[in-house]
Design a protein around this ligand. Structure first.
Ligand code: LLP
Length: 452
């Protein structure tokens, strides 16, 4: 079976040139670091488009499929423009994501709005911008959405999010009757939700069910179990309420390779399991073909992205570890400190040199836990060397912060030896943009002060 981009740490265009320097998208990454500064998020457009195409190809044996990108993994106007071209939709979870998509002229009918506590303003924005489907998470939201829809005289197609009783971690999963989760309706609450829709919430039309079982998943069997559970619910709803649901949203979750220890299944392996399970269950429950929706995030963008950092200080603990510090860290990549996530890296300007020492790559933020990679073998480094950390395309920029009042890095996209900024580097001015000093606390800035 063909390998897919989620199975390899590096972007598809990564190579080491004759001078031993890493290139991505035909661009020398050391020159990118010089041109745009560091830290720098670099996205490889070919990898990004390849993952979109692999998803579409993998599900092409089934006629009625929508692939949505879970935009929480990385959301900018440029991503929207590329996804629009590639024919994907979007899973959005906030007013900000809806606004970004609509500002980029994304076809809003391809957007599905998820989330366990959407505000009235966000639901209104969704209706105003023409978001295609709203996935309703709970009883409170059913009532809220119906009243907003009535006040605007609109009819809304909804899915109900269910907790299917499958809990999935990277290497194991459990199946239980009920799951303790903040998301979705327990299966035992579905009948009541549907009765309410039929009896009271007349501006809502139930078109399908949604379930998402976890993230960074390496199992395939779990998707087959999920299809079986959702299909059974389709059959039960048809028998009890006479409603034949049309849309089955199976969420995202496919894992990616962060280090060589990770062995995620390919996009083709996942589609095969889902489509086989679907065929089997449609026959078993005598159901017509529903529309299948999947919403991968990480497996679309993660391996398209790398982060470049410059090496600064270093420290050898006597008879202990050697630390090398870079100019970014937990604010541009919170995943190691939040999830003990592991990464792989190269010294980009010494990419063909042999590893000579085991070092720990530390960030620059004021916390001992700000470590990007523990114990990695690298050639000897000097200040100014460029470290490239791989697989940083998902949930890095989107979870970044201004901790320690440090401006967020820029992001660029590369293809065919061309590079373009897609997110500008923040400035100190940006950091104080929303600061307000109440007048009574205002003291005049002295002459010669840089801001006077
Ligand atoms: N659909 C729903 C409803 C989700 O909640 C998520 C992710 C996805 C799709 C996309 O899942 P993916 O294909 O990316 O695994 N910040 C964490 C990941 C949180 C995922 C939350 N939900 C991380 O950095 O690992």
């Amino acid at each position: 079976m063909q390998n897919t981009v989620n199975q390899s740490i590096m972007p598809v265009t990564a190579k080491i040139n004759e001078n031993g320097v890493l290139e991505i998208g035909g661009c020398n990454v050391v020159e990118l670091a010089e041109k745009y500064g560091t830290p720098l998020y670099v996205y490889d457009e070919d990898t990004l488009r390849a993952s979109c195409r692999q998803y579409k190809q993998a599900f092409s044996p089934y006629e009625n499929v929508s692939v949505l990108f879970a935009s929480k993994a990385f959301m900018t106007q440029t991503i929207c423009a590329i996804l629009k071209e590639e024919g994907l939709g979007l899973d959005v979870v906030s007013g900000g994501e809806i606004f970004t998509a609509s500002s980029a002229n994304f076809p809003m009918e391809r957007c599905y709005f998820n989330g366990n506590n959407k505000s009235s303003e966000e639901l209104e924005l969704a209706l105003e911008t023409g978001v295609g489907r709203i996935t309703v998470d709970n009883f409170f939201e059913l009532e809220l959405l119906d009243s907003i829809a009535k006040s605007k005289d609109k009819y809304v197609n909804i899915l109900l999010r269910i907790t299917p009783g499958i809990e999935c971690h990277t290497h194991e999963y459990i199946q239980t009757g009920h799951l303790d989760s903040k998301f979705g309706f327990d299966l035992s609450q579905l009948d009541e939700a549907i009765e309410l829709i039929q009896e009271r919430f007349s501006n809502l039309t139930l078109v399908g069910l949604h379930a998402h079982i976890g993230s960074q998943i390496f199992e395939t069997q779990v998707y087959s179990d999920l299809v079986a559970i959702v299909s059974e619910q389709f059959a039960k709803i048809h028998d009890k309420f006479g409603i034949m649901l049309e849309e089955m949203n199976l969420g995202g979750g496919l894992g990616v390779q962060y280090t060589s220890a990770d062995d995620p299944p390919s996009i083709f392996a996942i589609s095969e399991v889902i489509l086989n399970a679907l065929r089997e269950n449609l026959v078993k429950y005598n159901l017509p073909d529903p529309k299948i929706i999947i919403e991968p995030g990480r497996s679309i963008v993660c391996n398209a992205g790398v982060t470049l950092y410059a090496v600064g200080s270093s420290k050898q603990v006597p008879e202990g570890k050697k630390y090398i510090a870079v100019d970014g860290g937990m604010a541009d990549n919170p995943r190691p400190s939040m999830y003990q996530a592991k990464y792989d890296a190269l010294v980009a300007n010494k990419a063909n040199q042999k590893p000579e020492e085991t070092v720990t790559i530390a960030g620059r933020y004021c916390e001992s836990g700000d470590i990007l990679i523990n114990d990695i073998e690298l050639p000897e480094t000097e200040p100014g060397d460029i470290i490239c950390i791989f697989s940083t395309g998902a949930y890095n920029y989107s979870m970044s912060s201004n901790y320690n009042r440090i401006p967020k890095p820029a992001a660029i996209i590369v293809q065919n030896a061309q590079s373009d900024v897609i997110i500008k580097r923040e400035t100190y001015q940006d950091l104080i943009l929303h600061d307000v000093i109440p007048e009574r606390l205002m003291c005049p800035l002295g002459d010669g002060h840089p801001l006077s």
